[in-house]
Design a protein around this ligand. Structure first.
Ligand code: HSE
Length: 454
């Protein structure tokens, strides 16, 4: 991590004045943690930190201890050991407490998390957060504030839960010409699609099962319509390409329109349907395209074998080739593991008067979805009579969309036509679909699925 030399001296003095000494000593340096939020992730962090304290001290010389915890309901039994007086409802008081050196924010949402994090950073306290919504909307200003105050703002838990991805992108791969990062960034939708694929379940039943198991919320919109994956994709694009991408820059389609029939067609053709977050940079123009949509992934692609609620992220770079990161993208313990890793890093840096910095984020030149290209699968129900194929393929030709493969299924009054195109531009494919709907012989135009990774 880069050392903020101009700040180091003053930070070391500030740490010392708050009682955290960095003088050489046999005793580990105590770093006092203020925890904002003690739900699924915070509640898992407390015992994990307690069980690892000895090992952390032995390895790093740092003894992190949770001194204050802000929660909404202080009366609730959380099944964890906290000393008398540690719990409070006043999150800002935790941030301001002189007995807090470092703040962990696991409340989620934009406000009051933003205000609390800004207050902590401005007071020279490093922050560890798992807040993807906040970072996908206000990341650049918060990173700049952390840097200006010479402290860390670390957020491994914000993308893909327990999977180490942010640190590899910002450190190990910081010299890599990354061309594309694509991944299964949402466990709930991967569970639903896996169930539809494995058991032939329809969307509604698979969603109900995901809700019963606690994967999907009662209102599943953020997951199933791609907002959650979109926020993560925005953060990934910002870190991978060093440009400012916000959630509103990300095109997203969810999985609620995917049918068991779409999945069966994809499977017959050798593909698996996955909800992918994709961030790409075009080498010549430097344009960045970030999108979330269901996609057909070839069955032999590493992402195709990622099942149930697991996440995986595939990184492609000119020098390194392909890398894949795989694991639990959500859940209290995996996410707490990511938070703890950041917490140790931030505590070590604090005690030695250094901090890491992400550098400057340039302005992103976003490529709109209309200008992106892919292979597409399109299924149509048509009248089964002479000349229909000619009419239909004529529409593809008129828009310059070249067909790579086609098949016809069924006989009698109606048939199903399935086309896979060569690489085609989104706007041309959308125009093709619009004109196909106008044809009298076309009874129904099915969902459009992009083909990825072939
Ligand atoms: N709801 C998310 C998922 C986890 O299903 O992956 C939090 O981002």
């Amino acid at each position: 991590m880069r050392i903020g030399t101009s700040w180091a001296g003053s930070i070391v003095r500030r740490i010392a004045s708050r009682g955290v000494s960095n003088e050489p000593s046999d005793q580990p340096t105590r770093v006092r943690i203020g925890l904002l939020g003690c739900g699924n992730v915070g509640g898992a962090l407390v015992p994990l930190l307690e069980s690892q304290r000895g090992a952390i001290a032995a390895r790093t010389g740092i003894d992190p201890v949770i001194t204050r915890v802000a929660v909404r309901n202080t009366a609730r039994d959380r099944g964890i050991d906290l000393a008398e007086g540690v719990l409070t409802r006043d999150a800002m008081a935790v941030v301001a407490d002189p007995d807090v050196d470092l703040v962990v924010e696991v409340i989620g949402g934009i406000e009051p998390a933003r205000e609390l994090i800004m207050a902590a950073l401005s007071a020279g306290k490093p922050v560890v957060t798992g807040n993807k919504e906040l970072l996908a909307n206000h990341g650049a200003e918060l990173f700049a504030l952390a840097d200006a105050n010479g402290v860390d703002l670390l957020f491994e838990a914000a993308v893909a839960g327990g999977i180490p991805l942010i640190r590899p992108l910002r450190e190990s791969l910081r010299g890599e010409p990354i061309t594309r990062v694509m991944g299964i960034l949402n466990g709930t939708t991967n569970y639903i699609l896996s169930k539809m694929s494995n058991e032939g379940a329809d969307y509604g039943d698979a969603l109900a099962e995901a809700q019963r198991l606690g994967y999907a919320e009662r209102d599943p919109t953020a997951d199933v319509e791609g907002y959650d994956a979109g926020a993560k994709a925005a953060i990934i694009a910002s870190i991978a390409f060093g440009v400012k991408v916000v959630a509103g820059d990300v095109y997203h389609e969810g999985i609620s329109g995917i049918t068991a029939g779409d999945i069966a067609i994809a499977r017959r053709l050798g593909y698996v349907v996955k909800l992918l977050g994709i961030a790409e940079r075009e080498a010549d123009s430097g344009e960045v395209a970030v999108r979330v949509h269901p996609a057909m992934v070839p069955i032999d692609h590493p992402l195709a074998s990622v099942r149930d609620s697991y996440n995986a992220v595939f990184v492609e770079g000119d020098a390194v080739g392909s890398l894949m990161f795989y694991g639990r993208g959500a859940g209290g313990n995996p996410t707490a593991s990511a938070v703890l890793g950041d917490l140790i890093d931030a505590a070590v840096n604090l005690a030695s008067g250094t901090h890491g910095a992400l550098g400057t984020f340039g302005r992103a030149r976003m490529r709109p979805i209309d200008a992106t290209s892919a292979e597409y699968l399109l299924a149509l129900d048509v009248a089964d009579q002479p000349g229909v194929l000619h009419q239909v393929t004529g529409v593809f030709a008129r828009h310059g969309v070249s067909i790579r493969a086609a098949e016809q299924e069924g006989a009698g009054p109606e048939a199903r036509l399935v086309f896979i195109t060569h690489d085609a531009v989104e706007s041309a494919v959308q125009s093709t679909v619009r004109d196909l709907r106008e044809l009298e012989v076309v009874r129904r135009v099915g969902g459009l699925l992009r083909v990825i990774g072939s």
